[in-house]
Design a protein around this ligand. Structure first.
Ligand SMILES: [Ca+2]
Length: 438
């Protein structure tokens, strides 16, 4: 029970219970999707590069610079560094890219990607996730400048997370998945060597966590530093951990306004898709909880009355919002797999300011039926969910898999899609959220 005895309670875990409100039909949204780029595979990242251009990463390796009218030119290609299954559905590849907050001066940027399994990993595991620093030279990246900061061995191909972002504190945040497969438990799968109660609740492993590191002040003999106020900076768990109990964080971004909160989405297993606000020391529940229910690792569609193991005094942070997964709620679920986005702080769409804009990947794993959402915080502090129905794509879905969102320097948002759900199809597109009818 080592994992349990080392659990620490977060200081700021008193969140209101998740709000599972009815799904309000949207009046005319005043929003349209403007097509900027076609012929990509599966775009995973769009972020500001220099105010004039954005960085666009594709999961299979290429990173481009994109002009405001959607013209691309090569910046880097990670294709030869990846372990990836081209042409198939895959959760490996280029998963996160972030520029250093002082990129204009130091030209440093960070990429989280799925590399072949390193020599020190268990031989039957799948791959190693690398978080590396690189230095750009003008408009291209020199990949020989790679400095590997952090490596996480991954037992399975899926649930990698890999999204990264810098916080207002200047530190780099990384969301790591629980290691994959399902249930986050190894009772019948001992070779994959997860803890007795899974990786999410084990604070001695880096899987299933939100991590926070200091890239600017490396500790002696290390490639990075540990912020002094990380929950386990002085012991009790891995010092990189900022929050835990995470399953598969496919989306992580700081609100650039408001309270500068860290929004994360959690791809659920079969019943609940979550939006969380991540707080330091927070335990987000997985695999004891899915949504605000006690998860049943033996019968995933039937939640338990009490936790499947005794979590002692552990306190859990509930999602600010969760919607039903169609696997668990065939009649009124809203999707299958949540895709994280951003709190809108741009100028073009005043009706969206302060709302968290995100999506479901697709309502049907085999068909492109992604749906956009807007979450709104009420005056009572509770969040409610609405479909964001672009007037250019009216209906119950936008007719594409929603792979990711992007944000430019002005705070305007982009929707990154694919038509096949697989890598290598050449159907990837980038759309900008713009005012309808302009
Ligand atoms: Ca959770």
């Amino acid at each position: 029970m080592k994992a349990l005895s080392s659990l620490r309670l977060g200081a700021a875990c008193a969140f209101a219970a998740a709000s599972f409100t009815a799904f309000a039909a949207d009046a005319k949204s005043g929003v349209a999707l403007k097509l900027l780029v076609t012929n990509l595979t599966a775009p995973t990242v769009l972020a500001d590069f220099d105010g004039k251009r954005a960085l666009v990463a594709e999961q299979i390796g290429p990173i481009h610079l994109m002009t405001p009218d959607g013209k691309l030119k090569p910046f880097a290609d990670f294709g030869s560094k990846l372990k990836i299954n081209l042409g198939k559905f895959d959760e490996r590849g280029v998963l996160g890219v972030a520029l250093h907050p002082k990129f204009a001066a130091n030209h440093k940027f960070y990429v989280c990607y799925s590399a072949p399994l390193r020599a020190t990993a268990p031989t039957n595991w799948d791959h190693t996730m690398n978080l590396s620093e690189f230095t750009a030279k003008g408009d291209t990246a020199d990949l020989s400048t790679e400095r590997i900061l952090l490596q996480i061995d991954e037992p399975y191909f899926n649930h990698n997370g890999g999204r990264i972002c810098f916080g207002p504190d200047g530190h780099l945040y990384l969301g790591s998945g629980d290691g994959g497969h399902k249930n986050d438990i190894n009772k019948d799968d001992a070779d994959k060597a997860r803890g007795p109660h899974g990786n999410g609740q084990d604070v001695n492993v880096l899987l299933g966590k939100i991590l926070r590191i200091d890239v600017d002040k490396p500790a002696a003999g290390k490639n990075y530093g540990i912020p002094m106020d990380n929950p386990f900076a002085k012991g009790g768990g891995r010092p990189e951990i900022y929050a835990w109990g995470i399953r598969n964080p496919w989306g992580m971004s700081f609100d650039r306004g408001g309270q500068r909160e860290l929004f994360e989405v959690e791809v659920g297993q079969s019943r609940w898709e979550e939006v969380n606000i991540i707080v330091k020391g927070g335990n987000y529940g997985w695999n004891l909880r899915e949504g605000a229910e006690w998860f049943n690792p033996k019968k995933e569609l039937t939640p338990l009355e009490k936790p499947y193991f005794d979590p002692g005094n552990a306190k859990f942070v509930d999602p600010i919002l969760a919607y039903g997964n169609l696997a668990g709620f065939p009649a009124d679920g809203k999707g299958r797999s949540v895709t994280g986005g951003y709190v809108y702080r741009g100028k073009a769409l005043p009706q969206l300011v302060g709302k968290y804009i995100f999506a479901d990947w697709s309502k049907n794993m085999g068909l492109p039926q992604g749906v956009l959402f807007a979450a709104t915080k009420g005056i009572d502090g509770k969040w409610t969910l609405d479909q964001l129905e672009p007037e250019s794509h009216a209906g119950q879905s936008i007719g594409a898999y929603v792979w990711a969102f992007g944000e430019d320097r002005d705070g305007e948002l982009y929707v990154l899609t694919n038509q096949t759900g697989a890598l290598g199809s050449g159907t990837g597109k980038i759309w900008k959220l713009v005012p309808a009818g302009k």
